[in-house]
Ligand binder design. Structure first.
Ligand SMILES: [Cu+2]
Length: 396
């Protein structure tokens, strides 16, 4: 039996050595390989070197622990054979629990202070404060529960570690304890869920309001398209069947409101103006994500959604607030929607009302000359009598 175990150990050792040699040679070969054309090939090579490196470190640590375990076992057995007491494993396990508790608590503290300092700046929207309050309350409550349960769990295992001097108390069932650990979490979770429900209700209030600035945002692989209303303040309707290379949003020009619509490249928002962002998608599910405004909603093909919010801090004010002269609000896609998903990033600028008016007056209309020509051709081909609205649109 002992010989068999020794052989198994030897086999495992030779397998580990072979894997190590293979890993090192692959890593060296990748390092020595000439730079492949294109950045993506170089990135992949670097990634695999990293994976092999950390796998080898992990295997080495496991190997060292296994050797240490074997050495201790041999020491323990030889001590017992000499009539001595041997190693007190209960003490070792108890101390390990205490070390784990202290190291784990330090890790949690490090995470909160180092990674916590990377948190988003103050919310730049009217509803953002409510979302932050909800997040902070949940974090504080779960942190309290985390500290209490971990200290109790590992502290108990250390304090009541196995000993010849005491005997464990057998406790098969206790209704009082069952009630406490059922009712308290139920109350805490109910408070969190109800608070979250009312906050979400207030954020997603869908009643129509006058004075909203309607902006259309359409996601496709891999960009966002923006459409602003023209001087009439109304966005024209859309129909996906009208989509052409020139009319890539499928705007319906039989609707007069669409004639003065504006095609913008940057999302510019006037401060303290309620915005209604109408969200569309043309191919797969995307997601409008503006973390500084605490705004996120999916863009689903065939199912238009919207998010209403009011920006309260201009980009210039936020640059002073964050002490970063290059600060920009950003809009991301928060669904991994394909290979170039990372390209779906747009700058969002919050400006004063006067700056906004100046900016919008310099934007190009969606109805370009090329599009007008195409619509004329389409109308002539179909041989249909042009409606008065179409004639107006084409002569505009
Ligand atoms: Cu996307």
């Amino acid at each position: 039996m002992g010989f068999k175990k020794l052989m198994t150990f030897k086999k495992a050792l030779s397998l580990f050595t072979a894997l190590t040699l293979l890993g090192v040679s692959t890593a060296m070969a990748q390092d020595a390989a000439p730079a492949a054309p294109g950045a993506s090939a170089a990135d992949t090579s670097g990634m695999w070197t990293g994976v092999i490196y950390y796998t080898l470190i992990f295997l080495s640590v496991c190997f060292c622990i296994a050797i240490l375990g074997k050495v201790l076992k041999v020491y323990d057995l030889s001590s017992r054979m000499q009539g001595k007491k041997g190693i007190n494993w209960n003490n070792i396990m108890g101390i390990c629990c205490l070390v784990f508790l202290i190291a784990g608590m330090y890790g949690a503290y490090w995470s909160l202070t180092v990674q916590g300092s990377m948190k988003l700046p103050v919310a730049a929207s009217a509803h953002g404060g409510d979302i932050d309050d909800m997040f902070n309350l949940t974090t504080i409550l779960t942190l309290i529960v985390f500290v209490i349960t971990q200290v109790c769990l590992f502290g108990f295992m250390f304090y009541y570690r196995g000993s010849d001097k005491r005997k464990a108390h057998y406790l098969p069932h206790n209704n009082t304890i069952e009630k406490i650990w059922t009712i308290i979490p139920a109350i805490v979770l109910t408070v969190l869920v109800v608070f979250g429900f009312f906050t979400w209700q207030s954020v997603m209030d869908s009643t129509e309001r006058k004075g909203d600035l309607n902006i259309d945002i359409t996601g496709h692989q891999f960009a966002w398209e923006l459409r602003y209303p023209g001087p009439d303040g109304k966005l024209g309707s859309k129909k996906y069947t009208l989509t052409t290379p020139l009319n890539n949003l499928g705007v319906d020009f039989s609707d007069k409101n669409s004639w003065d619509d504006i095609h913008a490249d940057t999302l510019v928002l006037p401060v303290n103006q309620p915005i209604r962002l109408n969200i569309h998608a043309q191919d797969v599910i995307h997601s409008v994500f503006m973390p500084h405004f605490r705004v996120q909603l999916n863009a689903v093909p065939g199912l238009p959604t919207f998010f209403r919010f009011t920006p309260t801090i201009t980009t210039a004010q936020m640059r002073t607030e964050t002490d970063n002269p290059n600060f920009e609000y950003l809009l991301y896609c928060n669904k991994i929607c394909g290979g170039a998903h990372y390209n779906m990033q747009k700058v969002v600028r919050v400006v004063s009302r006067a700056e906004y008016q100046d900016w919008i007056s310099h934007q190009k209309p969606y109805l370009t000359d090329a599009l007008k020509k195409q619509l004329k051709m389409a109308a002539a081909k179909s041989g249909k009598v042009q409606t008065s609205s179409n004639t107006l649109a084409l002569n505009n």
